[in-house]
Design a protein around this ligand. Structure first.
Ligand code: NAP
Length: 306
């Protein structure tokens, strides 16, 4: 089978941790180039400028954009205008409007665009969705507590406008919630804790319609928690390990306690989109984040330094 050439753009933590291993293990893809001002991947032709890459490598039909969300629009737009299919890391952009613009541009050019949500590919998300399909939801709660210093070491962009703060991981939980609940919910209240020296929240407590609540905190050291619990008319469900393990009434019934299946599944999906010339853009998780930032009550907390 011929492998499709892809360029990885923005060689940093997630590109090295997940994208490169997923591409190297895939029968569908050949990592044909990187574009990054400082980063590179051994053995792969490296560009430091995106326009130069687009001009010099018309043989690469797909680009996968791994830089932070704020600068991503310009790269995605340039790629689409140059006739390339585009894969976007999560969150797909800095604003909803810019992702709508990219979606329209991709459609006009007949190209595929994929707003990836890696947590939706976690091992237990599909079985959880199937189990909840015909249940009445009584309540649900998200606990997403992790250590920003461990997962975003020195990445000041997460605390700059467009970086989304604790919603950078929290949107993963919302991507699962919006996938598995049989009916949509909407945000009704949010309390956001901003470090006194930062532009984005480090913690958030959210309330949604339908007795759904969420607790996001980026200050948790030691044990990290990525759990979603759902009470229904016929039993309780828990998704643990970021959606990778499913428990029903306290007993593990599906999944695997590893996150390593998520990026291979994203690239398999992107291969399908390129083959069929279609797009996959669901902005539901980002709508909740935008609503929280619109409706949220701001509380100022201790200054934060990496
Ligand atoms: P990162 O390491 O800070 O950034 C990735 C790379 O993007 C950087 O190495 C940099 O490469 C490039 N970059 C940074 N700022 C840029 C700018 N203003 N313009 C152009 N390129 C720029 O971030 P990351 O942790 O990989 O996260 C990137 C994306 O992946 C985010 O959307 C994040 O939510 C998502 N993600 C991260 C994780 C995680 O665990 N960290 C997990 C899942 C998803 P050069 O300096 O070499 O150009």
């Amino acid at each position: 089978m011929t492998r499709t050439k892809v360029a990885l753009v923005g060689i940093g933590k997630i590109a090295i941790d997940q994208h490169v291993p997923a591409l190297n293990a895939s029968p569908d893809w050949e990592l044909a180039a990187t574009v990054s001002r400082k980063g590179s991947v051994p053995g792969v032709p490296a560009f430091t400028d995106f326009a130069t890459f687009l001009a010099e490598r018309p043989d690469v039909p797909v680009v996968s954009l791994c830089m932070p969300p704020a600068p991503r629009f310009d790269y995605a737009q340039a790629a689409l205008l140059a006739g390339r299919h585009v894969m976007l890391e999560k969150p797909p952009g800095a604003t909803l409007a810019e992702v709508h613009a990219l979606t329209a541009l991709a459609a006009a050019k007949g190209l595929g665009i994929y707003a990836t949500w890696h947590s939706r590919m976690a091992h237990a998300v599909a079985p959880a969705k199937a189990w909840l399909k015909d249940k009445t939801i009584k309540s649900a709660h998200i606990t997403w507590r992790e250590d920003v210093r461990k997962w975003h070491p020195g990445q000041d962009w997460v605390f700059e406008p467009g970086g989304m703060g604790v919603f950078d991981p929290g949107i993963n939980a919302l991507s699962i919630l919006t996938e598995v609940l049989p009916r949509p919910v909407h945000l009704t209240k949010a309390i956001l804790e901003f470090p006194s020296n930062r532009q984005t929240p480090i913690a958030a407590r959210l309330t949604f319609s339908g007795q759904v609540t969420a607790d996001f905190d980026w200050r948790q050291e030691g044990l990290q928690t990525w759990d979603i619990t759902v009470e229904t008319d016929s039993g309780s469900l828990a998704l643990r390990m970021g959606g990778n393990v499913l428990e029903i009434d306290g007993k593990a019934v599906a999944g695997e306690s590893t996150i390593m299946g998520e990026y291979p599944a994203l690239y398999a999906r992107m291969a399908e989109l390129v083959r069929t010339g279609t797009s996959d853009i669901d902005l539901a998780p980002m709508v909740h984040v935008a609503d929280a930032l619109t409706l949220g009550r701001r509380e100022v907390t201790d200054a934060f330094q990496f």
